[in-house]
Design a protein around this ligand. Structure first.
Ligand code: ZN
Length: 242
């Protein structure tokens, strides 16, 4: 939904205020994560093999997106994924109350589930780039991704993404998931997600992570492609693979 020009700095999935909450572009968004949960069992042993948590870094406070600077968070994990010679470091933080992660959010975004999803999304992205004939250059290594899970009420607050909505001329949209490239800090980026009916927004994660890869693989440089168009195409590819 991003306007051209704003897409490289921040991008989001948004929906019109007059649409039902679970619809995007006239199609119902599948919210089920049954398939993802099946992956959980597979990832459990992978965790043991790959030991993805970064020793010593797990307690470092993740870089905080300005869009969630007002909220308290519990830092759940900082994890390093590897594919070949490439690495992707992501952190997962969940909105907290009284110093503890909010229960409904924590259960929807269990670190093992997020790990399985992130692993799957990376593999899918490589296949997608291949299918699209795009070179998956890795022109921005050491580009961390910080995932923040917030309550739906906070996600919907008018003031939260106001500066983005003004810059992208999207004042009439409610944002359901958000990518912040944090252009002021080169090595960091953020994705902000919420839940619906108590489940992880895996579709939102797929869409927003496409914005991350658009920036990381410098796809805009190699092909005259818009970040939002790229994210929508990958979101559809992800849906088709489910
Ligand atoms: Zn988008």
């Amino acid at each position: 939904m991003s306007a051209r020009g704003a897409a490289s700095s921040t991008s989001c999935r948004a929906r019109g205020r007059d649409r039902p909450a679970l619809r995007l572009g006239g199609r119902k968004i599948p919210r089920g994560v049954k398939g993802d949960r099946r992956l959980l069992a597979v990832s459990a042993w992978l965790l043991g093999l790959l030991a993805p948590c970064i020793p010593g870094a797990a307690h470092a406070e993740p870089f905080r997106s300005e869009y969630v600077a007002d909220l308290p968070f519990a830092h759940m994990t900082t994890t390093q994924l590897r594919r070949g010679s490439r690495t992707l470091v992501y952190s997962l933080s969940i909105q907290a109350r009284d110093g503890a992660p909010i229960e409904g959010l924590a259960s929807a975004y269990e670190p093992l589930l997020v790990h399985a999803e992130m692993t799957k999304l990376w593999a899918l992205m490589e296949a997608f780039l291949d299918a699209e004939g795009l070179e998956g250059a890795d022109c921005r290594v050491q580009f961390n991704l910080n995932i923040f899970i917030i309550k739906e009420a906070q996600m919907r607050e008018d003031a939260r993404f106001l500066s983005y909505k003004q810059s992208a001329n999207q004042l009439n949209y409610v944002i359901s998931a958000f990518y912040d490239a944090t252009p002021q800090v080169r090595g960091e980026s953020a994705i902000i997600l919420s839940t619906s009916v108590g489940e992880a927004d895996t579709l939102g994660l797929a869409h927003e992570i496409a914005h991350y890869w658009f920036d990381r693989a410098c796809i805009g440089r190699s092909k005259q492609e818009d970040s939002e168009l790229f994210a929508r195409k990958f979101e559809q590819y992800y849906r088709d693979q489910r």
